[in-house]
Design a binder for this molecule. Sequence first.
Ligand code: GCO
Ligand code: MG
Length: 404
Amino acid sequence: MKIVDAQVVVTSPGRNFVTLKLTTDDGLTGLGDATLNGRELAVVSYLTDHVVPLLTGRDPHRIEDTWQYLYRGAYWRRGPVTMAAIAAVDVALWDIKAKAAGLPLYQLLGGASRDRVRAYGHANGRDIPELLDSVRARLAEGYQAVRIQSGIPGLKAVYGVHSTDDDGAPVLHQQARPLVEDWDTDAYLRHTPTVFEAVRAEFGAELPLLHDAHHRLSPVQAARLGRDLEPYRPFWLEDCTPAENQEALRLVRRNTTTPLAVGEVFNTVHDYQTLISEQLIDYVRSAVTHFGGVTPLRKLFDYAAQFQIRSAVHGPEDISPVGMAAALHLDLAVHNFGIQEYSGHTPLTDEVFRHAYTFTDGHLHPGEAPGIGVELDLDLAAAHPYEAAYLPVNRLQDGTVHDW
Ligand code: GCO
Ligand code: MG
């Protein structure tokens, strides 16, 4: 078999998605997600100008070889743009291989290690009562684990919470110029334990509660938050510090038993080396889409398993249904699965990307369709072209730029 065509598709059915579609001389097709939120066109160029010309004529079955060829062959390794491009090729090749075998991808990864995959959803509110309503809504949808994010008194717009303008109208996060959010770490550290206290008081001790600090804290601030949350038994504290400084997690780890989850901005196993080998974290959270695909993420999970660290594939709305499907096949197959982030996509997105995966009673399943189980409607995709959109930026109240 040979790859005869490679097409890069950009579509915006509500938000931008970049998809690679490979076609073989046998007429098989494979899809891979290459979406890098806010920097989409950089990956489009990487793929179109530098990867697609190398793909035609290659044997699609040689997944490991193609991965190494693109990773080592470029000399300039790693980084989100490179690894999103390689991920798209890798997933598209797995899709083709599984279709050629007539099997859902998880069967090629060793088969199912569980019957279904537990997901967590996002609950957020501008204040605690609004957050409690949001948790209620997630539970009504069937979720059995919830990430909680709350607005902070005195701050107008913070991560994970729908922002409002001065008249109280909602402000979109994705804008043609970055929205400026505001931040005050002391106010956040004071407020967050009260948020957990209120949610526990309303929903009891058993509901798994997660929280994302989105890389905003210093090591000592993160250690304090971890300690202050301990009475409420969080499922995890996510991205508490800017984790490219892996050593920072040592101080956090020494000072709290709150489980730690890290990795949505990581691209290779090297970003995790200290974190895993010193057992400084509990969950690895990279996305298939930003980590070079199924091939390296499977290796990461197997490495992490030796240290009792579990998987938690990053699954925000900016991972397309193609990236989500790939994640679910891995989730079902690996032994050390932890949890899967999932907040679903808009109905229009689900029409552009028709998928076999399902969400029932708070759990996902990748479905039994051969391959990853996603079909791309090219006409509908073309009817919703790219729209420039940036992620927000963050400033302290004196105007200093802070981690978003
Ligand atoms: C998460 C993430 C996302 C990121 C987003 C950036 O935990 O889901 O923090 O919300 O902010 O993926 O593009
Ligand atoms: Mg996060």
